[in-house]
Each structure stands twice: as C-alpha cells, then as structure tokens.
Design a protein around this ligand. Structure first.
Ligand code: SF4
Ligand code: SF3
Length: 547
C-alpha cells in the first residue's frame, strides 16, 4: 500500500514519505489521517454557514482542534483511534445541518458518508490524498498545505489552551474558515497568501490563550536551577507538553516515595511555582524526543507521554511507557479521560514495580524559567547593558530538534556566538546546547531558556517589549532569529512571525518540502527568509566582521 505525506522536516528524500513514514507512520494511518482531514473540511463547510446564524457550540471547535492535533507528526499512531473521530466529524456536521433548515450543501465533503469499517475508510481515503499538485495549481496547493500544516500546529495550541480553560470563538471560527476554504477551488494565490498569514495571526491568539492558561494556573515561570542527575529511588519520567497531566501526576504520586523527572519539552515545567512546589518533582533526564530510543530503555521507572513526540518503543520498554491525551501507539497502555478526571495510578503502580535509581547521582545542572515575566522583570538591566555596549546582539536560536546530522549546526552556532551576545532559546531544539556554560554579562545569563515551543508567544512579547523600550520596530532590534523546524507547530509559529512582519529569519536544517520555488520566492521577496548555511558564515553575515 502506498501513502504520501510531506508535512515534516524529516520527510523521505526531502520530498515525501511514500512507503512508510520516516516517523514510523504506516500507510494505513496516513490514509485515516487524510480521511479525517477531509471529514473535518466537510464539518467546517457547514460550521461556517451555521456560524452566520448563531454561535457554533464550542464542543465542535474543541473536537476540530483535537482531531487536527491528532494528525500532527508523532502524536497518534494507533489506527483504532481514527475511525471514531471520522464518524464523529460527520455526526457533528449532520447535527449542524439539522439546525439550518433549507440550507443546501453541494460540496462532496459536506455530504460524504464514512464506511462502516476501518478498512473501508482506508479505501475511501484514496480519493482524498494530501499530495502536491502539478502545473498551474502547484503554488496554490503548496500554500493550501502550508496553511493546513500551520492549522494543525494552531490546533495543538488551541487544544492545550482549552484544557486549561482558555478558549476563544474566533480561534475556532478560523479553523472552520480555513478548512472550508480548502474545498473552494475559486480561491487564488493571493487568497491563500492571506489565509496562510491569517493562520499565523490566529495562532498568535491561540498562543496568547495558552500563555494565559499556563501562567494563570501555575504562576509565571521563574529562573530555576534544574539538576540533570537523579535521586536514589523509584522514578517517573514525564515527556510532552501538557502541564495539567504533569500536575495531576504530581498530586497523585505525592507521598508514594518516588521522584518525578521531566524529559524533552517538559523541562520548562520545573520553573512554574505551583509545579516546582512539589518536593518529589526533582529534575530533568535525557534530551530531545529523537533520543528516546536510547534514553527510555535506560530509565529505571515508568514513562508518561503527554503529547508529541512519541516514537516506536524500543526493546522491552513497551510496558513501562504510557500515553495519555491525544498521543497513541498501538499496544502501549493509554490513560483515558480529559482534564482533571484522569487517573494515573497505572503509571504510579508501574513505577513502584520497577527498580528505580540505586543511588543519588549529580550530573550538573541547567537553568530554565526565563519566560517573559522573568526577562522583562530585569528589562532595565538588559536595556542598560545594550546601551553601554555590554550586550551587542541577541539571537533567538529556537525550534524543534530532530535526528538529521545537519542539526549540529545549532550546537556550533551557539558555541561560536561572541561573549558580548545573548542567546534566547525555546522548544526542544535547545537540547543541542542547553547544557553549555556560556557565562553571564553583568549578571544576565548569556543563555536564556524561554520555555517550550508552546512559549513562543513569550519570546515574541520579549522582543516586542524590547523594541518598545528602544522606540524601534522588532526588525530594527539587534536581534536575529535562527530557527529549526520539524513538525507543524513550528509551521504555525513561523507563520505567526511572518504575520508580525519579521524579516531575515534563518531557517533549517532544510526548507519544507511542501513549499514550491515560486512560494519560496514570495517569502524571500517579502520577508527575506533564508536557509541556514554554516555557523561561521551566518554569524559573519549577521554580525559583520565582528564574528
Ligand atoms: Fe514522513 Fe514526516 Fe509525514 Fe511522518 S510526518 S510520514 S516522517 S513526512
Ligand atoms: Fe519538539 Fe516534537 Fe517540535 Fe515542542 S517535542 S518542539 S519536535
């Protein structure tokens, strides 16, 4: 069976996965995800019309966000989870239609009926592949797919925010607007440029909601020293991005004689006052998602994946890994439920069964917790250091990590930044350099970890506040963005930066396969976006001869 998927940075041959995903996505899953996307377009066509009469029930928006998030790279590999979502999309669509007497929907997507079995759905999906187009529609489809992949990232952020009680109808309305537009062949290139940039604008709104959810629930992150070693005793490792899952696990494991550690994107959780208050929330273990194949088997306790990025469990780790929320892997036990209703006792029981760490071990430490509140709290000091020339330049070296060898560019880049520059970072790409000792400039650390990819809003707020303090635009700040992408949340953030008019972004380790040469030219002409080259060349280009 064949498949086609080109939504992430590691896509096969830089063109598309056609036999099996490099991520491990089987053709059957690719087909089910395509059909789910198609069914969401049908739901959106009706929701756009329904929204003109009366507000659409937020449950429809929540569902749309969850379903889109399920199609993000490295989230859900369990085929059984997709048919119920496809059926639900169609049921919700018909419920909305029932509220629109007299309305007619001629589009096929608005009338499609899913087959009864998983196999028939896989067959049906063949008619709705997400493949590039040739000829005159190539650029339109490229922009449409850019918008769709951005929308998947936006949906992930909207879902995270909703879990913490932060929702906004305008975010859901855009999900419907963009999905419905994908079934409208009359839209041209300019319409799609507009929709792609609007995806960035609405993503910023979703990230603002998420920031409000995170900081409102757990307090503002504060600069925190995070141990990289471990304590003797039973252990649980929590990965992914969902803070509420971590909070519940911390509460439910309190007093059980075990320690909780973060992995990957969960590291910044150690900086939130209400999370770090738990005495058994000890420190961080391991690096980024692509190293779980060697890091998870070596962890002597239970492991919880709260969101992306999950990989196929290696060796005998299958029974000590648990998924929850939208993440899934066939055969890996799943903790069901949403929000505060989850019961993590299977994870805790498994950790108590496993040996845990035999002794204490000190592996040094890193700092995290430099979110917007912490950085802007010392804004006077930062501004003074820029004015005095002590800080010459800021770099935002941020984004996803991945397995490609070319990603050591980011390690080298940070290593080579001059001593009078500051590096802001966020997301899992930081594991390429998070433990480097870059020192400080007059008490301001040279390496500032802003948080998860989910905290990109915080970095934008820091940039906007600094620009305001200096009375210039963000593009005129001594700030350069050197970004790494892998999955679709990075696409959404990139679109947000373009929506803000940010220029001269360097992007790597490779450019998206779904961008055509003409679309790339539009990005270059309007935003001067450019691929990374070598750390030396890029530093020289940014800083001039000073490098
Ligand atoms: Fe390939 Fe990436 Fe799609 Fe996985 S998500 S199938 S690796 S393009
Ligand atoms: Fe990483 Fe998957 Fe993108 Fe949250 S955990 S940044 S890749």
């Amino acid at each position: 069976m064949e498949m086609f998927c080109y939504q992430c940075e590691q896509t096969a041959k830089g063109q598309g996965c056609t036999v099996l995903g490099v991520c491990g996505k089987a053709p059957q899953i690719a087909a089910l995800q395509d059909l789910l996307t198609y069914s969401l377009k049908g739901l959106a066509l009706v929701a756009v019309q329904a929204g003109k009469q009366a507000p659409v029930d937020r449950a429809v928006g929540r569902f749309t966000a969850e379903a889109l998030f399920s199609t993000l790279t490295n989230v859900d590999f369990d085929p059984e989870r997709f048919p119920p979502m496809i059926t639900k999309a169609v049921d919700l669509r018909e419920d909305l239609k029932a509220k629109l007497p007299g309305a007619t929907f001629t589009q096929e997507a608005a009338n499609f009926q899913p087959g009864e079995s998983l196999e028939t759905m896989v067959e049906q999906a063949k008619a709705h592949p997400l493949a590039p187009a040739e000829g005159e529609r190539a650029d339109i489809i490229a922009l449409q797919h850019t918008t769709l992949f951005g929308l998947r990232g936006l949906a992930a952020y909207a879902d995270h925010a909703a879990i913490l009680g932060q929702e906004d109808d305008s975010v859901y309305a855009f999900l419907y607007e963009a999905l419905a537009a994908m079934e409208d062949d009359s839209l041209g290139l300019n319409d799609w440029v507009g929709l792609a940039l609007k995806c960035g604008e609405v993503n910023l709104k979703a990230m603002e909601l998420l920031d409000a959810g995170n900081t409102g629930t757990y307090g503002h992150p504060e600069p925190t020293v995070v141990p990289l070693g471990h304590k003797a005793g039973k252990a649980i490792l929590v990965s992914g991005h969902d803070l509420m899952d971590l909070e519940l696990l911390l509460e439910q494991s309190k007093g059980k004689g075990l320690y909780v550690y973060t992995h990957g994107e969960m590291l910044p959780a150690l900086a939130y006052p209400k999370l770090k208050a738990h005495e058994h929330f000890y420190g961080h273990y391991g690096t980024a998602w692509q190293n779980q194949g060697k890091e998870f088997p070596a962890f002597p306790g239970a492991i919880l994946m709260t969101t992306n990025c999950i990989q196929k469990p290696k060796g005998d780790t299958g029974d000590k890994i648990f998924t929850t929320g939208l993440v899934g892997w066939p055969g890996v036990p799943h903790i069901p439920g949403v929000g505060r209703g989850k019961d993590f006792s299977p994870v805790i029981d498994k950790a108590l069964e496993l040996p845990g760490f035999p002794t204490d071990q000190d592996n040094g430490s890193v700092m995290c917790g430099f979110g917007r509140n912490a950085v802007l709290g010392v804004a006077d000091k930062v501004i003074e250091a820029v004015k005095s020339g002590a800080i010459k330049h800021f770099f935002l070296v941020a984004g996803c990590d991945g397995a490609k060898p070319g990603r050591n560019y980011y390690t080298e880049f940070v290593e080579k930044t001059p001593a009078d520059t500051v590096v802001l970072t966020l997301a899992c790409g930081k594991f390429r350099f998070f433990d480097q000792q870059l020192g400080d400039i007059g008490g301001i650390p040279r390496l500032l970890d802003v948080g998860q990819c989910n905290d990109a809003y915080s970095a934008v707020q820091i940039a906007v506040a600094l620009a305001g303090a200096f009375g210039v635009g963000v593009n005129d700040l001594p700030l350069s963005m050197v970004l790494s992408w892998y999955e679709q949340k990075a696409c959404a953030i990139l679109l947000s930066l373009l929506h803000l008019g940010i220029k001269d972004i360097r992007l790597g380790p490779s450019l998206p396969a779904f961008i055509t040469p003409n679309v790339l030219q539009v990005l270059v002409d309007n935003f001067n976006i450019m691929p990374i080259t070598t750390p030396d060349e890029d530093l020289k280009a940014i800083l001039g001869e000073a490098a």
